[in-house]
Design a protein around this ligand. Structure first.
Ligand code: 2IT
Length: 444
């Protein structure tokens, strides 16, 4: 595989799509050796076929706001690869959404989904619609207009969307209602549904819970655990909430959360009451964390990210590239032992390089946060069987899946000096599954 040539070709075809190019480059660089051990991959041009999505739907979403004014948003669904199962991946509603961001997310999703051990392909979608500050009725009308266009291209055995940033239970419910009406069927076409109409217990917590199960495995493999460890979390959305809840349950002390306005440093650590307050803050839709400091007597640091706080473990839970080389250097100088990405591609390539140089435990998003989509997979299974499992059953399966993902990372990521390169392990394990499926199925 000639990575340089491949990247040049990709860049020429998709100029300026930096997030997409970043995600592809990381995977190609880490699978190179394994790829070259398989001349049949090169012969079938697996890499060239894998880096381009199968297809992209781009559509406009016209809707009417509460003042009676017509709004027009742009939306996408990127069906990246379905070699191992139906396309599966979230929808992101955020003003920053563009083809580059959705392609990076869709590409990552292929390997993440392969790691879960479940038969799911990779896709992603979303819109530049901003749900912040919108009324429930506006969100409903937008979701209905979005689904009116998308519904023909998805299905329970074709492509199964879910939530991501800006898309939670409320949005999924509105999207599901419209799909049901148009298709005249009740199927598991979306995951993250409410419990009353086919949702799975534990799905809201699953990304954060799975991330902490994985982090616990990383620490145990290194001879330690979460008990008594200080933890910095960024973000204060659904994922940060689940991570804070499980981190606290497992004996860790979460000392930061953050929003677009800055971060909170709470040296006493988060408690269940404080974690519940995060949800309240979120629901009020102002998108700021500052009120937490006032309510609980903690420190609020405006316009900065929490990586300057001295902690044992850092868990980016907000968005891509939220932890850069300078942040990584600050964490290392403060003696961090583990950085686990709960957000997708939370660290920049320079940050990852620095952490790995210092032999810090680094967990990539596609392994660490795979519990979210894995539990979506469990929701699909329950829907297909027309039954629902207890929280204990789902949590047990989530736990097993995270352990299996960790085992795969160790198998393919252990280096000669014993250091576990989780990034390489996750990429190689995920890639091999998809590549073998593509090879077996011929050139299609
Ligand atoms: O990034 C992710 O894995 C998600 N947003 C969840 C996707 C899903 O289908 O549950």
């Amino acid at each position: 595989m000639n990575i340089e040539k491949l990247m040049q070709q990709l860049e020429a075809k998709h100029p300026g799509e930096n997030e997409y190019l970043q995600a592809v480059k990381e995977v190609l660089m880490t699978i190179e050796t394994e790829y070259n051990n398989h001349p049949e991959f090169e012969k079938a041009k697996i890499a060239e076929r894998l880096v381009e999505p199968d297809r992209i739907f781009t559509f406009k979403v016209p809707w009417v706001d509460d003042r009676g004014e017509v709004q027009v948003n742009l939306a996408y669904r990127i069906q990246f690869n379905n070699a191992i199962g139906p396309y599966k991946g979230g929808l992101r509603f955020h003003p920053s959404v563009n083809p580059s961001i959705l392609k990076f997310l869709g590409f990552e999703q292929i390997f993440k989904n392969a790691l879960t051990t479940l038969p799911m392909g990779g896709s992603k979608g979303g819109s530049d619609f901003n749900p912040k500050g919108k009324s429930d009725n506006e969100v409903m009308r937008f979701c209905q207009a979005f689904m009116l266009e998308l519904w023909r291209n998805i299905g329970p055995d074709t492509d199964v969307p879910a939530g991501d940033i800006g898309v939670g239970g409320r949005e999924i419910a509105y999207l599901y209602g419209m799909y049901r009406k148009l298709a005249r069927e009740n199927t598991g076409v979306l995951t993250g549904k409410n419990l009353e109409f086919g949702g799975s217990l534990v799905r809201p917590e699953a990304t954060g819970f799975g991330a902490l199960y994985f982090t616990q495995q990383m620490l145990q493999t290194a001879g330690t655990d979460l008990k008594g460890k200080t933890i910095a979390i960024s973000g204060f959305g659904n994922v940060a909430w689940g991570a804070a809840l499980k981190a606290t349950q497992l004996g860790g002390k979460v000392v930061t959360i953050s929003g677009p306005d800055g971060y909170i440093y709470d040296k006493e650590g988060l408690t269940d009451e404080k974690i519940d307050y995060m949800l309240y803050l979120r629901a009020t839709c102002n998108d700021i964390v500052a009120p937490y400091a006032e309510k609980f007597g903690a420190v609020f640091v405006a316009d900065r990210r929490p990586w300057e706080v001295k902690v044992d473990i850092a868990l980016p839970c907000a968005t891509q590239n939220e932890l850069n080389a300078a942040d990584a250097a600050a964490l290392v100088a403060n003696g961090v032992m583990c950085v686990a990405e709960v957000s997708n591609m939370g660290c920049t390539p320079e940050a990852i390089e620095l952490l790995q140089q210092h032999k810090i435990l680094y967990g990539p998003g596609k392994a660490v946060n795979a519990g979210g989509v894995a539990t979506s997979g469990l929701e699909m299974t329950q829907n297909a069987m027309h039954l629902s499992w207890t929280a204990e059953e789902v949590d047990l399966k989530l736990h097993q899946i995270m352990r299996e993902i960790h085992t795969q990372c160790v198998q393919y990521g252990r280096e000669t000096d014993g250091y576990i390169n989780y990034m390489k392990g996750a990429n190689v394990a995920g890639f091999l599954k998809v590549a073998k499926a593509m090879l077996a199925q011929g050139i299609i």
